[in-house]
Design a protein around this ligand. Sequence first.
Ligand code: PRP
Length: 207
Amino acid sequence: MVQKLTHPIAKTLINRMRDKNTDAVQFRSCIAELSKILLLEAFKEIEMETKSIQTWQGTHDFEFINDKSIMFIPIMRAGMPMLDSLITLFPDAISGFLAMKRDEMTHKAVLYYDRVPDCEGKTVVLLDPMVATGGSLCDALDVIKAKGPKRILSLNLIGAPEGLSVVEERHPDVPVYIAQIDLHLNDNKFIIPGIGDAGDRAYNTPE
Ligand code: PRP
């Protein structure tokens, strides 16, 4: 299931990211705000737990999402601003890390760092701004599924229809929440019109 945001604020933030004059600070800030909007959608139906807390009117029970049941996993590098944003909402959530990059020649994803702990019983929220061919997301989902999570949700900012079809085919059980679906991939497997290379733009890395 791919669920696309339709809100004008989401569109505005994505379109601001397309602008070549948007600097790295603004770029990361758009990623951060969009991540929160995506998580609002993704957690609409999430289970809550009752906790007793001391209020100014004595002790009472209230409902909360259990931070400790959540694991955020950014795909580095471009997923890092998404993580920075979301852990402010859930300070006790667990973070795991995957680093992947696309081989420039084959366009296939290469996993070069895996620091994802055991995911048993966790709601894993996978974070990556871009779904181009879908290879990185599919491979990341394979790695995470092997660690036994209760469920996985994927938050993505922008994707191409080709890549999203691949993800739906290989991982039909994983809901994908995405802010924008663009037209297609070019010959170099970049999203058109897209936002450029999100990792490079977020951190001012020369091409
Ligand atoms: C980008 C992006 C995804 C991947 C998407 O990462 O953040 O991880 O490409 O492409 P795919 O769907 O074809 O696999 P990139 O390789 O540019 O690494 P970076 O985050 O370090 O810039």
